[in-house]
Design a protein around this ligand. Structure first.
Ligand code: FAD
Ligand code: NAP
Ligand code: SF4
Length: 696
């Protein structure tokens, strides 16, 4: 019996989530979808085999339907289709010919073998002006703010070619064994650029009136249907709220959905952005299920099923959305990266064992947009299923893990899962290490979920947890462990400047824990991830936008109810200036915040700018005294008459325990911040610890 067959249909806690959906020619076994995500596997030489393992594991985990990462219908629509010499490269990210059908068939077979009742749908993605190659095409030669190349304007023959290529790609997908295709008509990719006046400046039958602007996406959908027949799923992904100034009006969105139904689309999927928009729609500061009311409105306009998405990361959230009548199907892309058995755990009433997506984007979208293979901060096996496995150990050992931060937690749980007998120690009275500070930052409330997950795993795997226990060499020498893992983390770096012990100096730990008062004029020394989080915390007043949709809407200028064009046209973000003056400083001369996450850094910079935080680079710190912080800025001495100086100047590893044990010949290793504090984040800590624990 496959894992998927163990699902108890109609589990009473999530009755709607486990209700099958009739589609006419076929049935989707439950209402969950793993949404499309590019993985970077598509471009690798062994990409088909790795995708087969990755998607098959998710299919076995009980999801109703999987939609692949975007696959281009032709070279001009692709992410990158040429090597350095301009030759076309063979990549899984395109589907146009028989050889590519053979490759995709490896993946469809693996998925259907793992779970015959899981629908497997390929996304057809024509990137249009966002294509990362010099063949990029678009309705008009309008370069996107985030595009790499100025697109060439399509002529009549070119438009016909694009339509025909989409239809051919859909037919090839059917041949490769997929159950359907999703055509992406959102996000600033080709089809969506026909719909919006800003990017469609044509005066022929493909531009001008809205009827003309809809003509191309409708023609693509219609021709795809003609190419595949009736027994094949066609999903069309629509920008239900594109977050563009002057974007699509609500009437245009609704009309497009109605017309798509007429040309034979099976399901409409709602998307809430163009990539160039200035509103975060999936980052951790976005409230859960923030956009589902928009899908609910669209659902009333059509009689075909509608998919909703964005920040739905637990079964109860999905169930609530379905119960509110806001969607027929719920798409969860990143949550299935984080936990491939998400639906299986929901079905077996084990939601507390779900490794929840915390919406950090650090190992998924930041990797995708950085040209690296996608993975997941909380699950480093994601997209590495053929490389990293937690096999039962033939030689169980007694292992002591010292430190229950992310590194120690990952090591302990992976080692215990493999059959080792693990004891986990922490000096604090709770597990989590620095995650207990991170979770206090407004907008980072999801970090609580990771701690809940590890807490449950400690129980389930029978790990002996000893809190309030500061471990020293003597304790370990006497206890007879076979192996010791030192995951003691870091200690904050205190810069060697005059006055560093002055009463107005505070560490970020003091500030986040609230053990030291922060004055009205504040200097933050160090503008890394923690400096930004501290600036965010002390410039923030009132409820967190991540927990309150009205606050989020106000801060980012979104009108969910009246739905002006794009949801944002004419709506000014309303951000209260901080009630204290804050200087966020670094010594480097690069722009402040440059090292933050690729896909989320801009949201942090913009938030602080809007609150009036002053960001300063190329600063030399001289001393701290009663007068304030003495600096040299732009070559000139200056005194910032601040009443608090918060130190966020990076960290140093805590390795004393390791070094003492190693000197006594104990079998010992270092993981996480204790191993390397520079460039350390939870992604690195969890990955390194998991890999080490998989190998012992
Ligand atoms: P730690 O988390 O420091 O854990 C070490 C543990 O060891 C502690 O619990 C400590 O009590 C224990 N310990 C130490 N000595 C002993 C001893 N002798 N005996 C017993 N126990 C001991 N990273 C990200 O990737 N993304 C983020 O968004 C993010 N945000 C952050 C926000 C803040 C405010 C902070 C402070 C950090 C953030 N980080 C983030 C960084 C991330 O939390 C760290 O990289 C990660 O916690 C390092 O894990 P670790 O297990 O190596 O160390
Ligand atoms: P960090 O990102 O390395 O930043 C340290 C800051 O301190 C830098 O601005 C650095 O800039 C400054 N600094 C370094 N040495 C200094 C010295 N001797 N005197 C004065 N300033 C000094 O480290 P962090 O902010 O402590 O964060 C720790 C880790 O947690 C990082 O890896 C970070 O990625 C992670 N984290 C991530 C997030 C996230 O949202 N993804 C959030 C929080 C933390 P200059 O050298 O230019 O002065
Ligand atoms: Fe979610 Fe972060 Fe994992 Fe991406 S890396 S799937 S956002 S937890």
């Amino acid at each position: 019996m496959s894992a998927a067959e163990k699902i108890l249909p109609g589990h009473e806690k999530y009755a709607r989530l486990f209700t099958p959906l009739e589609l006419g020619h076929t049935v989707i076994k439950n209402r969950s979808i793993m949404g499309s995500m590019h993985t970077g596997l598509e471009e690798l030489p062994d990409g088909f085999e790795r995708m087969a393992a990755y998607y098959a594991e998710r299919a076995a985990g009980g999801v109703g339907m999987i939609i692949t990462g975007g696959i281009a219908p032709n070279p001009e629509g692709g992410m990158t289709m040429k090597d350095g010499d301009g030759n076309e490269v063979f990549a899984a990210s395109k589907l146009q010919n028989e050889k590519e059908v053979e490759g995709h068939a490896i993946v469809t077979k693996a998925v259907h073998d793992a779970a015959p009742d899981c629908k497997f749908v390929m996304q057809i993605l024509h990137m249009g002006p966002l294509a990362y190659n010099d063949m990029a095409v678009a309705p008009s030669p309008v370069k996107s703010r985030i595009g790499a190349f100025a697109p060439r304007e399509l002529d009549e023959a070119g438009i016909e070619k694009q339509i025909a290529d989409h239809a051919h790609c859909a037919a090839m997908a059917k041949k490769a064994g997929y159950d359907g295709v999703e055509i992406i008509g959102s996000a600033g990719y080709l089809l969506s650029t026909f719909l919006v006046e800003k990017t469609n400046q044509r005066t022929d039958q493909w531009g001008g009136s809205y009827n003309n602007r809809m003509r191309f996406p409708l023609a693509v959908a219609k021709r795809c249907r003609e190419a595949v027949g009736d027994d094949f799923i066609i999903i069309f992904r629509i920008a239900a709220m594109d977050m563009l100034q002057g974007g699509m009006s609500w009437e245009e969105v609704a009309e497009l959905a109605r017309e798509l139904e007429k040309v034979g689309v099976s399901i409409v999927s709602t998307h809430f952005t163009w990539h160039e928009s200035a509103v975060p729609t999936i980052a951790t500061m976005v409230p859960r299920a923030a956009f589902t009311s928009v899908t609910g409105r669209l659902r009333k306009e059509v009689s075909i099923p509608v998919i909703t998405s964005n920040r739905i990361n637990m079964p109860q959230v999905a169930e609530d959305v379905l119960a509110a009548g806001e969607a027929d199907l719920v798409s969860m892309a990143r949550p299935m990266l984080a936990d491939s058995a998400f639906m299986l755990k929901a079905a077996e009433d084990r939601a507390d064992e779900i490794n929840t997506c915390i919406a950090c984007n650090q190992a998924c979208l930041d990797h995708t947009f950085g040209g690296k293979t996608t993975s997941c901060l909380v699950n480093p096996r994601a997209c590495h299923e053929t490389l990293l496995n937690y096999e039962p150990t033939p030689t169980p050992k007694r292992i002591a893990v010292i430190g229950a931060g992310p590194a120690g937690l990952a090591y302990a749980t992976v080692a215990a899962e493999r059959g080792h007998k693990v004891s986990l120690f922490d000096a604090a009275d709770e597990i989590g290490g620095q995650f207990n500070l991170a979770k206090l930052v407004p907008g980072k409330e999801e970090f609580y979920e990771t701690l809940r997950y590890y807490g449950r795993m400690i129980e389930k795997l029978g790990i002996a947890l000893k809190l309030n226990t500061r471990v020293d060499t003597k304790m370990l020498e006497e206890s007879g462990f076979d192996h010791v893992v030192v995951a003691t983390g870091i200690t904050p770096r205190m810069p060697h400047i005059e006055g560093i012990t002055h009463a107005k100096v505070a560490s970020y730990i003091d500030v986040l824990k609230g053990t030291k008062q922060v004055g009205k004029k504040v200097a933050i020394m160090g503008a890394g991830g923690i400096g930004f989080d501290v600036a965010d915390t002390i410039s923030h007043d009132g409820p967190s936008g991540a927990l309150d949709k009205a606050v989020f809407a106000k801060e980012w200028g979104v009108d969910f109810e009246n739905h002006p064009r794009g949801g944002v046209t004419g709506v000014e973000p309303q951000v209260a200036a901080a009630d204290r003056e804050i200087f966020l400083m670094q010594r480097k001369d690069t722009s402040v915040g440059k090292g933050l996450g690729k896909t989320t850094g801009w949201t942090h910079r913009l938030t602080l700018q809007r609150r009036g935080v002053k960001m300063m680079n190329a600063i030399e710190y001289q001393k701290i005294d009663d007068a304030g912080l003495h600096i040299i800025a732009n070559g000139k001495p200056d005194i910032l008459d601040v009443d608090t100086v918060i130190i966020c100047a990076g960290q140093e590893p805590l390795r004393e325990l390791h070094d003492a044990l190693a000197a006594k010949g104990v079998s010992v290793e270092l993981v996480g911040g204790a191993y390397e504090a520079a460039e350390l984040d939870a992604k690195t800590a969890i990955k390194q610890a998991s890999e080490r624990a998989a190998a012992i």
